[in-house]
Design a protein around this ligand. Sequence first.
Ligand code: NAG
Ligand code: NAG
Ligand code: NAG
Length: 402
Amino acid sequence: MGTHFILVTIAIMALASTLVSASDPSPLQDFCVAINNSDVFVNGKVCKDPKLATADDFFFSSLLTPQSTSNPVGSKVTPVNVMQILGLNTLGISLARIDFAPYGLNPPHTHPRATEVIVVLEGTLYVGFVTSNTDNRLFTKVLYPGDVFVFPQGLIHFQFNNGKTNAVALAALSSQNPGTITVANAVFGSNPRISDDVLAKAFQVDKKVDFCVAINNSDVFVNGKVCNDPKLATADDFFFSGLLTPQNTSNPVGSMVTPVNVMQILGLNTLGISLARIDFAPYGLNPPHTHPRATEIIVVLEGTLYVGFVTSNTDNRLFTKVLYPGDVFVFPQGLIHFQFNNGKTNAVALAALSSQNPGTITVANAVFGSNPMISDDVLAKAFQVDKKVVDHLQAQFWYPNN
Ligand SMILES: *[C@@H]1O[C@H](CO)[C@@H](O)[C@H](O)[C@H]1NC(C)=O
Ligand SMILES: *[C@@H]1O[C@H](CO)[C@@H](O)[C@H](O)[C@H]1NC(C)=O
Ligand SMILES: *[C@@H]1O[C@H](CO)[C@@H](O)[C@H](O)[C@H]1NC(C)=O
């Protein structure tokens, strides 16, 4: 019994220390749009004057455009990181599109600063990652459209199109600048050649554990979730399917969020990233809300969305943009934002969020639908309206769409 207690204590302490993980530094202001080619070198990029920021600093288009894969490996990565969206600076997240010819390969590589979550849009991919020394276990899975898979931070991984048609995947990465080290290129193509001693060191990953697959309903409460024994992990712990399945939007707001976070993929625990699908009926709204623990980057797959976010006090500046399929937009961490389908057809977006559990605070639900209700004296003063207006708002049903 005593020994058992000590082991559990050590396990929890070990977990707690791994939770201080290496990821991008937290933002110290609403955003810090990068100056692209500054002479000043800092960790990340120097910010431009926030007053000069516009919605276009958070925007990128044509991510749904197929790319040429006529090259020796038969694959092409289209990054959407801080080089393409200067507003991603300090926000700890980015996207990429990966095109594959039949039998095309995204060769074994690592992202030194990011966990990657991919969703297959078209075709079939055989994917895998290898854990660090001394186990070097290979986890593999065949992915079909709508399937989601996680490559934990720093681990060597690959994607191979094992089908006769083209394949396309979207990847979210938990860094504004994840970096890529392609194993063959770095090891056999470096100039000059590097010694075996140095290579052995270079391939070590500085995390204490490669991953920490969550125990879903543990009685032990920590920051995040308690890890399962790593020996029991399987590829399915990093997998989710059906993300391309349209969802029912027959509800008062006309939108539905399908989260793919640590509750759906237990292997996301400690890795600082997650996905979501958002379906919109015509004129459907994802109402003003914030994610207390995440920056969000969305890509529109279908339809048209009018989106925006508001900076914090005392400016409260609104940044808006109309997005079409392939367009990408960033909602900086913690800021209130919304997405509205201003078209006559359904709309669909995929979102990546820089937390395993971003959380959502829908403004109307939290303020006028809390349990128990916030006193109408407080709200009447806060919103500078008559108490009757507050009572009316508090009497509404505030539909939770996520
Ligand atoms: C930033 O500079 C790089 C290199 O000069 C260029 O490729 C990139 O397109 C620029 N990004 C933006 C958003 O202007
Ligand atoms: C969608 O949800 C509504 C309300 O819950 C329900 O009445 C309707 O049957 C559902 N539609 C489909 C296609 O499942
Ligand atoms: C974890 O538990 C929650 C609530 O009990 C459940 O909704 C969810 O599907 C579970 N996740 C997995 C991956 O088993």
